[in-house]
Every structure is written in structure tokens, then in C-alpha cells.
Design a protein around this ligand. Structure first.
Ligand SMILES: [Ca+2]
Ligand SMILES: [Ca+2]
Ligand SMILES: [Ca+2]
Length: 439
């Protein structure tokens, strides 16, 4: 009877999958349910342990790879995953809030249960979580935001822990303004990199060897007082890992520095020449971004349209890369970019200096046209319109008739209209294919 029931369910699922979800395999249909079921089991085991009536709030790391309050990964030398849950425990110790990390594991009956909880006091939030992978061991690294409300450059507490034999042991507690777990020297072992800004900037790189965290690299240099630091990890060439640091100054200017391994120590743009770092200056919330998804990050610079005599807050973005061999910045592209709608349009060389655009936010449309130097309101010489179609519930194709659809991300549709001006600025369909890219 049971067998028949399973057959029946399987049959229904096949039928459903073939008629209702033409592009979805049965596996895909089952997989998310399995995951949800596991998450529910972890959550139930977690609540069972902390107590249903306790005052807890789940926490999400604010930055980094793991942005969920539940992480399911293998963090020890036993087969199978452990679950890590982050939460705030209100009034937990002497009436004070604590931030807690709960480790859950599966018992011999394959049921999730709580194994260990660690509390951290006098911290306010979780910044980042990492699994540091060394030769034969894994460490977990949790970065906490601390109470330093007066300071602009916040100090983080970095807790390095080892989970082994059902025990979570805190092995190091360190401090710094920013940190990352990343193989900076490209030797196959994760490094813990901590940037501390006090009188000078100190960059320390640690490797975990023989049960201890060894400082393998150290660099001291000057730095300018900044307000906020955003960091990203990637590459500067196919083989060279790098950390990109966007520093926002008090006046809003942003400078980008790059930190990488060279000749046995850490190298930075600032160290090579302050002018190199200075050349990355921009005055808006423009951050380093990998526009073409090759893991080599591009640094944005603002490019005033029409030589700067155009003060209507329109601009193109010039994206540059750092060439570590020539120690110079190289131009990647000049683009119109719409982060919200998720695309960039690279500006052809011929257009630069002569073409401007206007944006219609209500209709998610941008029009590029030849700038008329004698009448800045004249937009009659149109070259190209790009429109993003945001679907409504009833019809996703309303208004698309006049547009050529260039791309879709399954939700949004991107369409364009090309115009003919009989000038050197006119584009063809194949140009659009090359110049338009989703982010
Ligand atoms: Ca395990
Ligand atoms: Ca390394
Ligand atoms: Ca790139």
C-alpha cells in the first residue's frame, strides 16, 4: 500500500512537472523542500535548546559571504554538516545582552540537536563570519561590532574558534578595524588578515599552523583619517589575489587602495605612491565593483559629460583596473550604469564628449542623444533608447511592441530602440549586443 502511495505521488509530481513547470526537473522541485525541511529541523532543535520563551533575535552577519542567521557547513573532521546559528540573547547575562553562536550537529538517529553555545558580551552585532580552511583543520572566525559609538572607524572583535569533538573552543580573540579570511599569498591556505588603524596603519596576516595562529606578514604604513571602509576580495590578475579597500573620507570623497602579496610582503597602492591611490578619487558613493564577473575588480571614477560644463548630475562612469606589472591604472570601459535595474551600457569611443543622456525614472527608460552645444535643451538627435520592463501581475509584455528585446533575467526584460541620425554616432544591432551587459 505504501509503495503504491509513493508511486502515486511520484506520478503526480511527474505530471505536475511536465505540464505546470516545463523547465523544472522533478529533482529541482524536491530539493528546495528538502532544504526547507532541514532548516525547520535545525530551527526546532535550536528553539528547543534556547527555550521557547527566551528573548532572542536571530542575527544576520552584515557583510561577507554568509548573510544568513543559519550556516550549514562541515566545520570539523567528522562527516556531515554542522549548523551554526547566530542570535542576540536579550538580558542573558546580568541583565545584559549577549551575542551568541549556537552549534548544532546530528545525533546517531540523524536528528539535529544543540551541541554548544558560546556567548560574547559587550558587542553589538555580527559583522562577518568565515570558515578558515587550513591544511587539515577548519577554524570558525566571527567578527563582532563593538560598542564604540564615538568613533567613526569602528573597532571589531575577531573571535577565532575551533569546533572539535563536540566542543567549541575559543582559541584567539583579536581586534582590528577590518578583517578578512582570504588566501592573500596564494599558497593554498587561508589567511586571517587584520587591518588596524591607530597612529599608523598596521596590516597583519596570520596563518594557522601547528595549533597556533602565526603572524606571517606585517606591514606598517601611513593612512589618512577616514570615516568608513568597505572591502572586497578578488584578483588583480588571473593569479594574483587582492583586497580592494574603498575608504570614505569625512567630506564624502572615496579613495580605493589595493592590498596584495608581492616579493614576500604585503604591497599597497598607497605604499607604491600616494598619487596612485589619489588617482582613484571619486566624490560619490561609488564603490569598487566587478562589472564583467571575472573576479578582477574595476574601480569607478566619475566622468563629467561634455567636459564638465554640464551640471545636471549626469555622468558616465569610467571603470579602471590596476595593472600591477606596470603599476598603472588602465581603462576598462566608460559606461552608463544602472545599479537598480541591473545593467550597464558601455559607451562607444566615438560618443565620448559629444553624447549625453536623459533618464526617465518613471518609465525605467534612458535616451542617448547628440548634445547640442548651442541649445542644451535640444534632445532631438536621438541615437538610442533603452527601456527596462518590470512585469506586473497581469501582463509582462505591455509596451514591448516597439522595442527589440536584448536580454532578460527572468524577471526584468531589457529592450531598445535604435535611431538613425546619419552621423558617425549611429549604432547597429551588433554594437548593442556588445555594449549592453547585465550586471
Ligand atoms: Ca562535520
Ligand atoms: Ca595563504
Ligand atoms: Ca572585472
Amino acid at each position: 500500500m505504501k509503495y503504491k502511495l509513493i508511486m502515486c505521488i511520484t506520478f503526480i509530481m511527474f505530471t505536475l512537472s511536465s505540464c505546470m513547470f516545463p523547465d523544472t526537473s522533478v529533482d529541482n522541485l524536491i530539493e528546495p523542500q528538502k532544504l526547507e525541511k532541514e532548516q525547520q529541523e535545525i530551527y526546532d532543535a535550536f528553539i528547543n535548546d534556547v527555550g521557547e520563551n527566551s528573548k532572542i533575535d536571530l542575527l544576520y552577519p552584515n557583510n561577507g559571504k554568509y548573510l544568513s542567521s543559519f550556516v550549514v557547513e562541515n566545520i570539523d573532521d567528522t562527516k556531515g554538516n554542522e549548523a551554526i546559528v547566530f542570535y542576540k540573547n536579550n538580558n542573558a547575562i546580568n541583565g545584559k545582552d549577549t551575542i551568541s553562536v549556537n552549534i548544532l550537529d546530528k545525533n546517531e538517529n540523524d536528528e539535529w540537536h544543540s551541541v554548544w553555545i558560546t556567548h560574547e558580551t559587550e558587542v553589538v552585532d555580527i559583522d562577518k563570519f568565515f570558515i578558515l580552511d587550513t591544511n587539515n583543520e577548519k577554524l570558525i572566525v566571527v567578527g563582532y561590532d563593538t560598542f564604540d559609538n564615538n568613533k567613526e572607524r569602528k573597532l571589531k572583535r575577531i573571535s577565532v574558534m575551533k569546533y572539535k569533538d563536540n566542543t567549541l573552543q575559543k582559541i584567539y580573540s583579536l581586534e582590528g578595524n577590518e578583517f578578512e579570511v582570504f588566501d592573500i599569498n596564494n599558497n593554498g591556505l587561508d589567511d586571517l588578515i587584520i587591518i588596524s588603524d591607530n597612529e599608523t596603519r598596521e596590516i597583519n596576516v596570520y596563518e594557522y599552523n601547528n595549533n597556533s595562529l602565526e603572524k606571517i606578514l606585517n606591514k606598517k604604513e601611513n593612512y589618512d583619517e577616514y570615516k568608513k571602509m568597505n572591502i572586497k576580495t578578488g584578483l588583480i590578475s588571473e593569479e594574483t589575489p587582492a583586497i580592494y579597500i574603498d575608504e570614505t573620507m569625512s567630506n564624502g570623497d572615496i579613495f580605493t587602495d589595493i592590498l596584495y602579496y608581492e616579493n614576500g610582503n604585503i604591497q599597497t597602492l598607497n605604499n607604491i605612491s600616494p598619487q596612485l591611490k589619489e588617482s582613484t578619487k571619486k566624490s560619490d558613493s561609488l564603490y569598487t565593483y566587478d562589472i564583467d564577473k571575472d573576479n578582477i575588480y574595476e574601480i569607478p571614477l566619475e566622468l563629467d559629460l561634455m567636459g564638465g560644463n554640464y551640471n545636471e548630475n549626469r555622468r558616465f562612469i569610467k571603470w579602471i583596473n590596476y595593472d600591477y606589472i606596470s603599476r598603472e591604472m588602465t581603462e576598462k570601459s566608460i559606461s552608463y550604469i544602472d545599479m537598480k535595474l541591473g545593467y550597464r551600457f558601455d559607451i562607444p569611443d566615438e560618443w565620448i564628449g559629444d553624447i549625453t543622456y536623459k533618464k526617465d525614472d518613471l518609465n525605467n527608460e534612458v535616451t542617448f542623444y547628440i548634445y547640442n552645444y548651442s541649445d542644451k535643451n535640444d534632445d532631438s538627435q536621438k541615437l538610442l533608447k533603452i527601456k527596462t520592463f518590470v512585469p506586473d501581475i497581469n501582463n509582462t509584455d505591455v509596451g514591448t511592441e516597439n522595442y527589440t528585446i536584448i536580454d532578460t533575467d527572468g524577471h526584468l526584460k531589457y529592450g531598445y530602440i535604435l535611431y538613425n541620425t546619419n552621423t558617425k554616432y549611429d549604432l547597429k544591432k551588433k554594437d548593442i549586443d556588445n555594449l549592453f551587459n547585465k550586471l
